[in-house]
Design a protein around this ligand. Structure first.
Ligand code: UDP
Length: 317
């Protein structure tokens, strides 16, 4: 019988791409999401798919999806403006919600993969970041609701592995982009793409010399699938190790869109990490994985999606 898999956060950017990939491999998927930041439009194409069932629910309430072979825990607000807005909800989904999903995995003897984050490294003092770096996190700053929830979740996952024998996996996801990134979620790629397409100024926070490393979503999902099938229980970084300043990112978006937008400099948010780049040596060795899609190519692949979002916004002002 085909594997039956639970995906939490299934209506989100990564959860919906993961769901597509699992269905594409012939698996049966139960997707749950409370739709606090994810949207049903990300799953609309699955209407009528007999191997997919969607349940709108908050994983902070205990639930039983029935027997499952695998749990992918992807439920959480993930963009800074969204987790500032949903501060307590973010802490709860990382703690109570993650514990509830670990209980499901323990009950059914299912494998478990938790979506962790490069934010575990905070504003890193080690560069690039390897998995054995413990991080530099402000525990009470505005980003702490996300960072500490994800760090607590990692501790919880390791405890369920060590104390309860659950077959767990931890992926530390670095900045990822692609179709279904919410156009209004405030992240840099979605902001720049929408601003460029509208001919509005690109809002660069700070001086734009802070760096990020951007991974195209298909590359990331491939790495996640490989990790889920590996024997590794300790965290594994997945992301694109090619590092860009935010100014370079703005330039790339202007080139892809052909936009003449100017740059508008705005204040840097508090505790915004100065630089971030994954060391992916572990993923390379362990999973034989590395990203294939460069930023320019990934932005070009994402362009039709952002254009369609703009067209929809113009049609329904
Ligand atoms: N950023 C920016 N302009 C924007 C949105 C974000 O300059 O309109 C910057 C932000 O300050 C950060 C980087 O881009 O340094 C990445 O921000 P994002 O919110 O995408 O994710 P983060 O990596 O901070 O979680």
């Amino acid at each position: 019988m085909a594997m039956r898999v639970l995906v939490t956060g299934a209506a989100g950017f990564l959860g919906s791409h993961l769901t597509d990939r699992l269905l594409g491999e012939g698996l049966t998927v139960v997707g749950v999401d409370n739709l606090s930041t994810g949207g049903p439009e990300n799953l609309a194409h699955l209407a009528g798919e007999p191997r997919f069932r969607f349940e709108q629910r908050d994983i902070c309430q205990p639930f039983d999806p029935g027997p499952v072979d695998y749990v992918f825990n992807f439920a959480s607000p993930a963009s800074p403006p969204e987790y500032f807005r949903l501060a307590i909800e973010t802490l709860r989904v990382g703690s109570v919600g993650t514990e509830n999903t670990l209980e499901i995995a323990a009950r059914y003897g299912a494998g478990f993969l938790h979506a962790s984050t490069s934010e575990c490294y905070g504003d890193p003092l080690q560069h690039p970041q390897t998995e054995d770096y413990w991080g530099n996190v402000n525990p009470i700053g505005p980003r702490s609701v996300y960072d500490e929830a994800k760090r607590y979740a990692e501790a919880l996952v390791m405890a369920y592995h060590r104390s309860r024998g659950v077959d767990t996996h931890l992926v530390r996801i670095f900045n990822t982009y692609g179709p279904r990134l919410h156009p209004g979620d405030g992240r840099v790629i979605s902001n720049f793409m929408m601003q460029a397409l509208r001919g509005q100024p690109l809002t660069v926070y700070g001086d734009g010399n802070q760096t990020r490393s951007f991974c195209y979503v298909d590359d990331l999902i491939e790495g996640i699938l490989r990790l889920s099938r590996s024997a590794e229980h300790l965290p594994v970084n997945l992301g694109n190790p090619v590092e860009f300043t935010i100014l370079e990112c703005a330039q790339a978006v202007l080139e892809i869109t052909g936009s003449k937008s100017e740059l508008r400099f705005e204040p840097l948010p508090q505790d915004d990490p100065a630089r971030r780049r994954p060391d992916i040596a572990k993923a390379r060795t362990l999973l034989g994985w590395e990203p294939r899609i460069a930023l320019q190519e990934g932005l070009a692949k994402s362009l039709p999606y952002f254009k369609s979002k703009l067209a929809a916004q113009i049609a329904t002002p």
